[in-house]
Design a protein around this ligand. Structure first.
Ligand code: ADP
Length: 461
């Protein structure tokens, strides 16, 4: 994932680069359309003044004069029809000029090399140090005709002031980039903290105070709203838990009344009475509601964190073996085969809570199995932990179900698991108890009905 910081810094630097290039193209176009003719006209004027001066002062030493002019910041080229030309001032980068141009100037024409200089995108003609990028004027000196080509020496033209502006420009760019990188961090930091707080919130931790900020802008407002929202969610969550816990308590007493009266009815009715059948149904359903409310109460006490673990050293291997004995009749009734490898291992844990863990996992492995399926329980002692794996050959879980299976009230919505009675609370109890013991619970399963394996890893102490 690309970070917001990277995107922000890259976008700003990108904008700076695009602005620079656009400004460069615009100023180049401006040079080509307006400055180039002006520049040509100005230099033609200067060249003509040189020519007029030389022609008006036949006594002046033309060579010395041109050396002096070159010293003032010009590049010059003087040609006589019969001889090779002479250069004054700094060298031209390209010293070629067509002979026809020289002939035309010697014939009396003015050469506007600056105006005719071809347009180039990246190098404005202004900087092209070429002999063709000059102004050519004819000069008559002591009865002889010369052609004088001149252009200002750009290097000399760039005075300290220009260099200063150049450095200023460069430093501005470098500093802007550094400040964009630092400023982006300042801007992105609260968003980053908010994103971390969202993760904390989604994992069930509602204390997100550490993101508090004094910022007065929209980011500050967003952060404060986020904190308010987290507090509201926390309040609702507390109310929900309280409600579930109260309701479960309240259900207990009518339930025990129903149980009591059904016990009395049982005493009154005779074995072959039709009412006995209904009474069985009433008993089954009351038992279901009773076990559901017990699970709800256990879960809410685990979630309230008021549940102090009653830790003690005991033999977890024996605990699981005894559980399998309790389930023997159910396994037999469902035509399942149970295999196990459960050595004696001692751990320090809350025995009754872990009993709920193994009970839920084993009862699921039986409930969600297929006829003539298998259940396998393996307890492995590791260096610091124990690992209990409960494997079944049942209906399995798809990827979506695997993600939610440990959530409260979640039941996989496959038609086969919907047919089986359940409350969706067992695995959330398993998860919570294992979490309180600082262990981990994992599920391996695929959608091809090859069954599932639940692994519980617990520290030995
Ligand atoms: P319950 O079994 O009471 O519905 P659980 O919390 O124990 O609640 O399980 C949640 C859901 O996970 C079940 O409804 C079922 O869809 C799925 N599930 C649990 N154990 C297994 C298993 N061994 N094989 C297939 N699906 C399972």
């Amino acid at each position: 994932m690309r970070s917001l910081y990277f995107t922000f810094a890259a976008t700003t630097i990108g904008i700076m680069l695009i602005s620079f290039l656009s400004a460069f193209f615009l100023s180049n176009t401006y040079y080509q359309h307006y400055l180039k003719p002006d520049n040509d006209e100005k230099n033609t004027q200067i060249a003509k003044e040189m020519s007029t001066f030389i022609e008006g002062n036949p006594n002046v030493d033309i060579e010395q004069y041109l050396v002096n002019i070159a010293d003032l910041g010009y590049q010059l080229y003087l040609v006589q029809p019969s001889t090779n030309g002479v250069f004054y001032g700094s060298d031209f980068r390209i010293k070629e000029i067509p002979d026809t141009v020289i002939q035309k100037v010697l014939g009396g024409e003015t050469y506007h090399g600056m105006l005719q200089f071809p347009r180039k995108t990246f190098v404005t003609g202004f900087f092209a140090n070429e002999l063709t990028n000059t102004i050519g004027v004819p000069i008559t000196y002591n009865g002889e005709t010369y052609a004088l080509f001149m252009r200002p020496d750009i290097e000399k033209l760039f005075s300290e002031m220009h260099l200063l502006f150049g450095w200023l420009f460069l430093f501005t760019i470098i500093l802007s980039i550094i400040l964009v990188l630092i400023g982006a961090k300042y801007l992105v930091q609260p968003v980053k903290r908010l994103s971390e707080a969202t993760k904390t919130l989604s994992s069930g931790d509602y204390i997100v105070k550490e993101i508090e900020t004094n910022r007065k802008d929209e980011l500050g407002e967003l952060t404060r709203s986020f904190i308010r929202m987290a507090e509201k969610i926390q309040q609702n969550e507390l109310m929900r838990k309280e409600f579930i816990s109260n309701i479960s308590h309240d259900i207990q007493s009518p339930l025990s009344n129903i149980k009591g009266y059904s016990g009395l009815l049982n005493n009154i009715l005779s074995r072959d009475d039709k009412g006995m059948e209904y009474l069985d149904i009433i008993n089954n359903e009351t038992n279901r509601i009773s076990s559901m409310t017990n699970q709800l109460l256990l879960l809410s006490s685990l979630e309230h964190e008021e549940h102090m673990l009653k830790l003690k050293k005991y033999n977890v291997g024996r605990q699981i073996t005894q559980l399998t004995q309790r389930y023997e009749w159910k396994i037999h009734e469902s035509n399942l085969m149970l295999t196990y490898d459960i050595p004696d291992v001692e751990i320090i844990a809350d025995e009754s809570l872990l009993d709920a863990v193994w009970d839920n996992l084993l009862s699921n492995a039986i409930k969600y199995n297929v006829e003539f399926g298998e259940v396998e329980i393996v307890l492995t002692e590791l260096e610091k932990d124990i690992k209990v794996s409960i494997k079944d050959t049942g209906i399995g879980l798809d990827n979506e179900a695997k993600k939610h299976v440990f959530e409260r009230f979640y039941r996989a919505d496959s038609s086969r698991s919907q047919e089986i009675m359940g409350s969706g609370l067992g695995l959330s109890i398993v998860y919570k108890v294992v979490e309180l013991h600082k262990g981990a619970v994992l599920v391996e399963s695929n959608e091809n009905d090859n069954g599932s394996i639940f692994h519980v890893i617990l520290p030995k102490r």
